[in-house]
Design a protein around this ligand. Structure first.
Ligand code: PEP
Length: 253
């Protein structure tokens, strides 16, 4: 069944004591929500993963990493393997974020390798896709997203694909305060679902959660999440304040 999901991508923010405070505040906020309509996932920086998995035992959130190595193990100084994440009890990991694509040369082929490592370790990949501004201005957004998704994911079989969460994040909307309109989000999410249907059939497509990311906040989340193909959000800046993040979590009708 398709799930509503709100995932917080903390990116490279917070010192340890601040991270601790944020998780505690968020736990207080989650405690006060009577009818939680979404799965909540926190994606803190690597050093705080264990703090979060420990605290998740007493709360209503799951934990994900922000990246993983495409390699299994060995001489890759500084890298973190999917098996290490699994050993910490993580259920999710973001891959293909536009910041990793732009600053760390993460290609669709690399994303495909990372996805395979995660699936082999029973971790659900949250796979990001999305066009840059010049591609949208040239009306190429559908071609770009189709290529990202097919090259990074369509090598999977249907069972494997069933573990994937997609995050559509138009790059021009990330951290810019410029959100896609609800119509633009719905149009792209419906397109993504249609190409999943072409590849894997209606059941897999219907069951895939497709999140929106890009300056989603406490004010615009309700309008975005009200769309039939928008199943929640991947939230950057607004996940760094517990109250704002909690407001997004309760934005489902
Ligand atoms: C993100 O980095 O995934 C993101 C959506 O960031 P922001 O919400 O800050 O635009």
């Amino acid at each position: 069944m398709r799930r509503n999901i709100v995932a917080g991508n903390w990116k490279m923010n917070k010192r340890f004591e601040e991270a601790n405070e944020l998780v505690n505040d968020l736990m207080d906020c989650l405690e006060k929500i009577d009818d939680l309509k979404a799965e909540v996932i926190l994606c803190p920086p690597f050093p705080y993963l264990e703090l979060c998995t420990d605290m998740s035992q007493e709360s209503y959130f799951a934990v994900g990493a922000q990246d993983v190595s495409e390699h299994e193990s060995g001489a890759y100084t500084g890298e973190i393997s999917a098996s290490m994440l699994e050993s910490l009890g993580l259920d999710y990991c973001i891959v293909g974020h536009s910041e990793r694509r732009a600053y760390h040369h993460e290609t669709n082929a690399v994303v495909a390798n990372k996805v395979k490592q995660l699936l082999a370790n029973k971790i659900s990949p949250i796979v990001c896709c999305g066009e840059v501004l010049s591609e949208r201005e040239a009306d190429k957004q559908f071609d770009v997203v189709r290529e990202q998704i097919s090259e990074s994911l369509f090598g999977l079989n249907a069972e494997e694909f069933g573990k994937i969460i997609i995050a559509y994040e138009p790059v021009w909307a990330i951290g810019t305060g410029k959100t896609a309109t609800p119509e633009q989000a719905q149009e792209m999410h419906a397109f993504i679902r249609s190409i999943i249907k072409e590849q894997y059939g209606a059941e897999v497509a219907d069951n895939t959660s497709i999140l929106y990311g890009g300056s989603c906040n406490a004010k615009n989340a309700e309008e975005l999440f009200a769309n039939p193909d928008v199943d929640g959000g991947l939230i950057g800046g607004a996940s760094l304040k517990a109250e704002d993040f909690a407001k997004i979590i309760i934005s489902f009708k």
